[in-house]
Design a protein around this ligand. Structure first.
Ligand code: F6R
Length: 363
């Protein structure tokens, strides 16, 4: 039942603080991440030299966040591949390798085929899924559940933020297991993770303002989303949300790539959503923002505590401050709301976008 919300998507966007609390439940003890379900996996996860990661769509975008965090915190090289590519590549995959598979439904045909291929080649499979008893859950060697609750809307929202949270916990868990980060650095991060549900709730309060913005943007036919590092991963998800439910052409780019072609598309009035939450990349993002502004773009920025960006943009949202590594789960929320309200303003069927199905069980 979606009442009092007009759509399941909006209901699920609002369920995110609760969903994230459920993802966290029982997984943090005394400043450490605990995963009793990985007891048998620990040996493999400690010894493996690299990790393969595969998924489709939104789940893949959560994987991109995971790739970045696993490399940063657990010093684990991660090869991330869309499942329909993974399964047809001649992978150098074998015993000793671990493949991380991410799937909300646990039934996506390509993801399941990638899982089966990995097992055939002798690799171990760790799955992140939302559905207990799903094919992915049954066939993987080890499973971490997101516990986001049933997701009905075709466009994934709470499953994505729960996946992002879970890969963050996994990276912190592996950082301890593999001894790549001293506990003085792990503990404050783990403690800060507990505030994510609250930060998401704070950002949800921007809903009315975003709905008004959406009204003003509803006639646009092209959108660009730019960011660097983790912000680029979130930009990919923001663009996907917008195109799948509003049918507006949206593209995400690593901001440093603009010069290599995309800048040609930035003309007077083109909306650019710029994510600038990563402090070590902030100056670089600021110059990219100036570049698109100089071509007449209309810029909506999402930043954390950096004030400088506000002066350079048309609209600027300040996210609750925090460690940049923990920004994705919060930064995506205004982008979900923007996609939702633009789609509603355009009269689209938000919960059942054309040509799409919730669970893609055929190739
Ligand atoms: C987009 C969306 C899809 C799914 C993709 C994978 O909002 O929901 O891109 O993320 O079809 O689905 P799962 O996670 O069920 O494997």
């Amino acid at each position: 039942e979606k009442a009092p919300y007009p759509h399941f998507m909006l209901k699920e966007i609002h369920e995110q603080p609760r969903a994230l609390r459920d993802t966290l439940r029982g997984r943090i003890e005394g400043g450490r991440v605990v995963f009793p379900e990985l007891e048998e996996a620990a040996f493999h996860l400690r010894e493996c030299r690299r990790l393969f990661l595969t998924a489709c769509g939104t789940a893949f975008h959560a994987g991109l966040v995971g790739k970045y965090l696993l490399e940063k915190l657990a010093r684990l090289p991660v090869e991330a591949d869309i499942a329909s590519e993974f399964r047809y590549r001649d992978l150098t995959l074998g015993p000793g390798d671990v493949v991380l598979v991410i799937s909300q439904s646990g039934e996506t045909a390509d993801t399941l085929a990638a899982l089966r291929l990995a097992k055939e080649k002798g690799a171990k499979v760790l799955a992140i899924t939302n559905v207990v008893g799903s094919s992915v859950a049954r066939e993987a060697d080890w499973v971490l559940y997101t516990w986001a609750g049933p997701e009905i809307a075709v466009a994934s929202t709470k499953a994505y933020t729960a996946q992002v949270l879970l890969v963050t916990l996994l990276a912190l868990y592996l950082a301890e297991l593999r001894g790549t980060l001293p506990s003085e650095e792990i503990i404050p991060l783990v403690e800060e993770v507990k505030f994510l549900p609250e930060r998401v709730a704070q950002v949800l309060a921007w809903e009315e303002e975003i709905a008004r913005l959406a009204q003003a943007l509803k006639e646009q036919e092209h959108f660009f989303f730019i960011g660097r590092g983790l912000d680029w991963a979130v930009a990919e998800e923001g663009a996907l949300k917008l195109k799948e439910i509003s049918y507006i052409h949206a593209e995400a780019y690593p901001a440093g790539e603009l010069k290599h072609g995309t800048l040609a598309l930035i003309t007077e009035g083109v909306p650019v959503v710029a994510l600038a939450t990563q402090s070590h990349l902030f100056e670089k993002m600021l110059s990219n923002i100036k570049e698109v502004k100089a071509r007449g773009a209309w810029v909506l920025a999402l930043t954390a505590d950096d004030q400088a960006v506000a002066g350079e943009t048309d609209v600027c949202f300040h996210l609750p401050p925090g460690n940049p590594l923990l920004m994705p789960a919060v930064a995506v929320v205004p982008l979900q709301l923007l996609a939702y309200y633009v789609a509603v303003a355009r009269g689209c069927d938000v919960d059942q976008p054309r040509n799409l199905a919730k669970s893609v069980t055929v190739e």
